[in-house]
Design a protein around this ligand. Structure first.
Ligand SMILES: [Zn+2]
Length: 449
């Protein structure tokens, strides 16, 4: 597995590149949340902020972690290398203390010149926050000193997201959320063997794989991803002290498979964020592409098929998705179960009515999910049963059948999967997002790794 905690490369050189300016405008256009303001202003003021921050530390000794997250959110393409940033300056100016073994809070503070009553109060306040001692292996930063060079402000690393601040001047203890920086990452890859490998090989955070699947489950058939398929992604990456600690929203995806390019953009409209395709249609469709995840089509819809078990010409009016025994089977759309039953050939099966026109059917199930019976209402993506090989089946799979006006159709050919769910589109936000993302994707060159 790649090391996700490796330090990030320097973005110094990119600071004045058109890419960064585009990144800024992309975020400007992505909606009205807190992002755009900070990015846009950040472009011109990061240098200033760093300087002012440094001044503050020098003058008042107040470190940035006490500021709310928002004020430190910035495009880190503009940041300097970790070795040159504010933290490094602090490191030279101030001391750190590593607890080699578990240490009592009072004992630790007793080595400095403090009033005993103040120490008692600090210990009491720490206890109220559930902190009884300093843990072995943790670090405390001696952050600020008084005129006699006694440390009076400490920062203790509680967790990846929280810092404990002990202020001996105010005799106050505070738990502060760490300032996570968010930046835009543009990445992509060419599939050599499998999609997940291409994601990891191209230094894309593993969380993005699932987010891609979620955003594209109506439009891209992930079971048909093949070598040579290409993708690009734009997403928010959380960075703390030069380390990538996680990912935020997946902002856009471009996916090229079987000669078709699908693009999906996250369009922000007020508090709402919704995926739309390149034509401004809701990415979410009436039906999911497939009733199973991580399966593959083992037998397509074929009216002239020779049946594998009966060895005679028997039309196949379904699409078989081979998947591991016990894997969840999902309803591809909202609807109501018409039949949850068992027959000799179908085995355990479920038939769902979605509306006047469409029904779907799921055969050879090992079992039904809890509560699935005639009349049960189901939602798109809800687990209705589990993959099995009951009835006439040669191996674990779901025979998925799609009914249109009472006739079984090949859902893949009929394009019923393209049916949209109606919604309103903020056209201005959509076009702005699309343009800026397309520019960024255009500038990003894919390389086979
Ligand atoms: Zn079948």
């Amino acid at each position: 597995m790649p090391n996700y905690n490796q330090p990030l490369p320097s973005f110094e050189e990119k600071a004045t590149s058109p890419e960064v300016k585009k990144a800024a405008s992309a975020f400007d256009n992505l909606g009205k949340n807190k992002w755009p303001f900070f990015i846009a202003s950040g472009i011109f003021s990061v240098g200033l902020l760093l300087f002012v921050g440094w001044l503050l530390v020098r003058t008042f000794g107040t470190p940035s972690p006490q500021a709310p997250t928002e004020t430190t959110t910035t495009v880190s393409e503009l940041e300097k290398e970790p070795s040159e940033n504010l933290l490094a300056d602090q490191e030279q100016e101030e001391g750190y203390y590593l607890f080699k073994k578990q240490e009592d809070i009072a004992d630790f503070l007793a080595q400095y010149d403090f009033e005993e009553l103040d120490i008692d109060e600090i210990v009491y306040q720490c206890k109220r926050k559930g902190i009884d001692f300093f843990k072995a292996g943790q670090v405390i930063q001696l952050n600020r000193y008084d005129a006699l060079d006694n440390p009076i402000h400490f920062l203790y690393d509680l967790s990846p997201t929280e810092t404990l601040a002990i202020d001996l001047e105010k005799v106050e203890v505070e738990v502060i959320a760490k300032a996570l920086k968010t930046r835009l990452k543009i990445a992509g890859g060419i599939v050599k063997t499998e999609l997940w490998k291409a994601v990891l090989d191209n230094d894309i955070h593993y969380e993005i794989l699932e987010k891609m699947e979620k955003a594209l489950k109506w439009t891209v058939d992930f079971y048909h991803v093949e070598p040579g398929d290409e993708f690009k992604v734009a997403y928010e990456e959380y960075v703390e002290e030069g380390m990538v600690t996680g990912t935020g929203q997946l902002l856009a995806i471009q996916f090229k498979t079987a000669g078709n390019t699908t693009k999906v953009y996250l369009v922000k409209d007020g508090a709402k964020a919704t995926y739309f395709d390149q034509f401004g249609r809701l990415a979410k469709k009436k039906f999911l592409k497939s009733p199973v995840k991580y399966g593959r089509i083992s037998s397509a819809y074929n009216p002239n098929r020779i049946h594998p078990v009966l060895k005679e010409k028997r039309p196949h009016f379904g699409t078989d998705y081979a998947a591991p025994e016990g894997a969840p089977v999902y309803s591809v759309g909202n609807g109501k179960i018409e039949i949850a039953s068992r027959t000799k050939n179908n085995g355990n099966y479920i038939k769902i009515r979605h509306d006047q026109t469409f029904q779907t059917q799921y055969l050879h199930l090992q079992s039904f999910a809890k509560g699935m019976k005639n009349g049960t209402r189901v939602k798109q993506g809800e687990v209705i049963g589990y993959v099995g090989q009951t009835g006439l089946a040669t191996g674990p799979h779901v025979c998925f059948r799609f009914w249109k006006d009472g006739q079984q159709v090949n859902h893949i050919k009929e394009k019923v999967m393209e049916l949209n769910v109606s919604t309103t589109l903020n056209e201005e936000a959509f076009l702005a997002t699309k343009d800026s993302i397309n520019d960024l994707f255009g500038d990003f060159e894919l390389r086979l790794k």
